[in-house]
Design a binder for this molecule. Structure first.
Ligand code: KL2
Length: 421
């Protein structure tokens, strides 16, 4: 009898790009210069990863030259395979997703760019990485692929507290890609679990996070700054409210955060191609396309007098979009139990802010499907606690002698049921 489940851990960590630290020194005046040094921070970071031994590591603010010169080589020696995606634009950092080669094989990789200037909305240089991983299980001294696949999405969404509209559209691109991966698994009969993590630059219980966990968001008219809850900007005179639709159809993503397959214009037939043989016409007889009534069809009672349903098909993009964004993934937050208190827990802290902006979402375990199929989803079996603002200021804020970044690392442990053999 083989194993019936495996455990794995996921860490999400914004490691504070040196470039951004040096660009905003006024945020870290309390932090001694020697603790702001990349060499010092890098060795602390690698020690922390070595100690926690996450099976999957999702890093944000990874500076390209530091990735190439220090992080990738060191992580490779620790047994990790990494996929890095630098931001578009001038800033030299990006996201890196690493997994332990002894625990997973990677079946597919997508590097997402959210810069889509043709949309008139997505004009910021943020990125994401989506991997499809297959668990490896030790079976008689041999590593074998076993169990349902896992889609791991890692991202760092736009910081700007006012631009909730851009953040939501960036998230929609990420959700559409995850949906595509999950669907491609489903088409081959597999249930794909999802882990979505990273620095979303949005605090819990705000519209952006609620879209992820509730699956839908009514956004029309919502003040843009409210989307992420980073700052209260209700006092400002001019307040941008979210329009509907939020993004144009040219993005190729529906309001349910799924890719829209573009409808191609039918090609005009060349002369002589208008001949159809009897078998071809017969094969069309019951196909849906053959049941659509051409606009200028001559009325013959009983033959051509059933007209198409006018409530479908003629709607404009704006009408179809509605005022709601939704998605079809079931996701829960690992850190939803974090209690609100006078001394709040945080994932990031410096002179200007102390907040929870980093998250790990996952497909929770649900009841068995019909026909006695195996229960689906991940069982959360543990997570690394956060610290309070007070506790962190008591050890001189972030970064400090023990923590290399202005963010804390988040970590969760999951149990995954393997397919029974
Ligand atoms: O909030 V962050 O820090 O997830 O920890 O993400 C962004 C900010 C990161 C990438 O753009 O750079 C930080 N004031 C303070 N921090 C800023 C600012 C700013 N004006 N701009 C960017 N960042």
């Amino acid at each position: 009898m083989g194993r019936t489940s495996v455990d794995f851990t996921v860490m999400s960590y914004n490691i504070l790009a040196q470039d951004l630290l040096d660009l905003h020194p006024y945020l870290y005046t309390y932090c001694p210069l020697e603790l702001r040094d990349w060499g010092y921070r890098c060795s602390l970071l690698l020690q922390e990863i070595q100690k926690c031994q996450p099976d999957i590591l999702c890093l944000q603010e990874v500076q390209e030259n530091h990735y190439e010169q220090q992080l990738q080589p060191a992580l490779s020696l620790m047994g990790y395979t990494c996929v890095f995606k630098r931001r578009t634009g001038p800033k030299p950092d990006g996201c890196a997703t690493c997994y332990r080669g002894s625990r997973f094989v990677c079946a597919a990789t997508t590097q997402l760019e959210y810069f889509r200037p043709e949309t008139g909305l997505l004009d910021r240089h943020n990125v994401g990485v989506v991997l499809l991983l297959r668990p490896l299980v030790d079976q008689g001294a041999r590593l074998t692929e076993r169990g349902p696949p896992l889609c791991v999405a890692n991202t760092h969404l736009l910081f700007s507290p006012r631009r909730g509209d851009v953040k939501l559209a960036q998230l929609a691109i990420l959700l559409a890609e995850i949906d595509r991966v999950v669907k491609s698994c489903r088409s081959s009969g597999e249930h794909c679990n999802v882990v979505l993590c990273g620095d979303l630059n949005a605090v819990p219980d705000t519209p952006l996070c609620r879209l992820i966990t509730a699956g839908s968001l009514f956004y029309r008219g919502l003040p843009s700054w409210m989307v992420s809850g980073q700052e209260n900007l209700s006092h400002q005179a001019h307040c941008h409210r979210l329009p509907a639709p939020l993004w144009p159809s040219t993005l190729g993503i529906s309001s349910s955060c799924q890719y829209v397959t573009a409808k191609k214009e039918p090609e005009r037939p060349k002369a002589g191609e208008l001949q159809y043989d009897h078998d071809f016409m017969l094969s069309l007889c019951f196909s849906p396309a053959a049941c659509v009534r051409p606009g200028g069809l001559e009325l013959i009672p009983g033959v051509t007098d059933c007209s198409p349903d006018p409530s479908r098909g003629n709607q404009t993009y704006e009408e179809r979009f509605g005022n709601t964004i939704s998605h079809r993934l079931h996701l829960e937050s690992v850190y939803k139990h974090a209690p609100r208190s006078r001394n709040p827990l945080v994932t990031t802290l410096h002179s200007a802010t102390g907040a929870v902006v980093d998250h790990i979402f996952y497909s929770p375990k649900r009841a068995a499907g019909r026909g006695g199929s195996a229960p689906r989803g991940l069982k959360l079996t543990g997570f690394l606690p956060l610290l309070s603002e007070d506790a962190l200021w008591a050890i001189n804020g972030l970064p400090n002698h023990g923590f290399p970044s202005d963010h804390l690392s988040l970590m969760a442990r999951f149990q995954l049921d393997l397919d029974t053999v």
